[in-house]
Each structure stands twice: as C-alpha cells, then as structure tokens.
Design a protein around this ligand. Sequence first.
Ligand code: NAP
Length: 250
Amino acid sequence: MKTFDHSGKVIAVTGGSRGIGEAIVRRLCAEGASVFATFNSAPERAEKIASEIREAGGTVTYLQVNVSDEESVKGFIEAVVTQGGRIDALVNNAGITKDGLIMRMSGKDWQDVVDTNLTGVFYACKAAARPMMQQRTGRIVNIGSIVGLQGNAGQVNYSSAKAGLIGLTRSLARELASRNVFVNCVAPGFVETDMTEKLTEEQKASFFSNIPMKRAAGPDEIASVVSFFIAPESSYITGQVLNVDGGLAM
Ligand code: NAP
C-alpha cells in the first residue's frame, strides 16, 4: 500500500526485525526510501525480511545494533551517513517490556527497560542530530505508547520510559526546529505483535473492552502514521504526540 513518496530518502529504523518496526521498514521501502534497519538478536529474521524487500524492488540494509549501548548506536548512525550519504529520517522503534508489579520488579528489570526504551533513543537522537542540523533538514519519529500518558499497573518501568520519551520529543523538537529538523512521537495503544502475544486471552479481552474500536491495531496501522511524519505533508508539525489507539486514550 503506497501512501507517501519517500523516493531518494535515506531512513534509519531501529528494531526493524519484527512487529511494528518490520512494518515500518516494509512500508518505507515500498514508498521508495533506502532504509537502514537494525536487528538485535534475530539475524535470520532480518535476512528473510531483507530478501523479500529486495525481491520486491526495495532497498534495505540490516545492521546488528544494541540500542542500549552508545557505541553500537553511534556506529549505526555513522554507517547510515557513510553508506547512504545522508540521513533524512530516524525512527526510534526498538523497545522491550519486562512487566511486573513494583514489589516484585528488580532493579535490573527497571534499568533494562529504561536503557532500551529511553536511553537508547537519546543515543540515537544525539548521533543523528549533528548530520541532520548540518543538512538543515531531518525528521525524527519516536515510538512511544499510550501507557506513557495513562500509566499501566505492572509496567512502572515501561510507562516511565515511554513518559520520558514524550519529554525528550518535546525538548528536542524545541532544540532543532530552527534547523528544519522536526521531532514527533507516535503513541500506539494495543498492537498485534510478539510483544503483546505474551498476554493471556483474559488480559487481551480486558484491554479490548476498553478500546472504543474493540480491536487491536495491525502493525501497518502504526507504520502509515510514521510515514506521514516523515513526509512533506507534515511539514508544520513538531513536538507532537499522536495516539494511534482506536480511541483508547481520550
Ligand atoms: P517486538 O515485536 O517485540 O519487536 C521489538 C523490536 O525491538 C525487535 O526488532 C527487536 O530486535 C528490537 N530490540 C529489542 N531490544 C533491542 C535492543 N536492546 N537493541 C536493539 N533492538 C532491540 O515489539 P513491537 O510490539 O513491534 O514494539 C515496537 C515498538 O512499539 C516498541 O518501542 C514498543 O514499546 C512500542 N509499542 C508497542 C505496542 C504493542 O502493542 N505492540 C504498543 C505501544 C507501543 P530483535 O528481534 O532482533 O531482538
């Protein structure tokens, strides 16, 4: 499904080997971009996606990156700029959950989730900001979550990281707007991916009962909004959080 035209753009996407990130990579490639995507633990999956995209005429390169390691993230952005010649957009999508009620949550489970979902985004934005400022153009799209707005029992680590991401998005949007670099956040509700596969049928049913649309999103329903934030059609939007949640948070 082609919505926007990203022909000639060089776009970096973290966590492109599964779920929402995979849908973002597939969509942006179909819309003409040259995409540099990351995997962390699933090289065979990334290779399979890459060969399908190439067979369909798209351009994609997968690199192994751990977003919670600053050197790894810096190396990824440098590789994008060196191999792609520029970096038009960065999509910070990689994320993990380690759920548990606070009494049972270890310090490690807190730290791992904050390191991956928030600090990793800081590393990537820091590395991409300089080339984007020099180019005088760029787009950054952060994948948040509605739990960053509403909170969620059993997710103090994840919801804190996603809430922090909103502050990061708004502060960076203010820092970079004068250089024509725009920063926005897409906040999904419930999306059918490996991340939500872990939930019990009972937990899913309770989620759906609160969603006005009474269903989960497909990953491409998030990817299409990401594509909009990279397109010229969103040229007067920065520092925003757009909920893509079937009406859950309003
Ligand atoms: P997913 O299916 O579990 O995929 C997670 C992706 O992140 C994978 O590509 C994984 O790579 C990558 N990743 C994990 N840890 C990493 C690390 N340390 N360094 C680099 N990459 C890492 O998750 P998803 O559901 O698509 O979620 C994608 C984003 O949407 C996340 O930020 C998540 O918080 C957000 N979100 C999801 C939902 C939902 O309902 N699913 C709702 C709201 C927000 P490997 O597979 O190679 O390890």
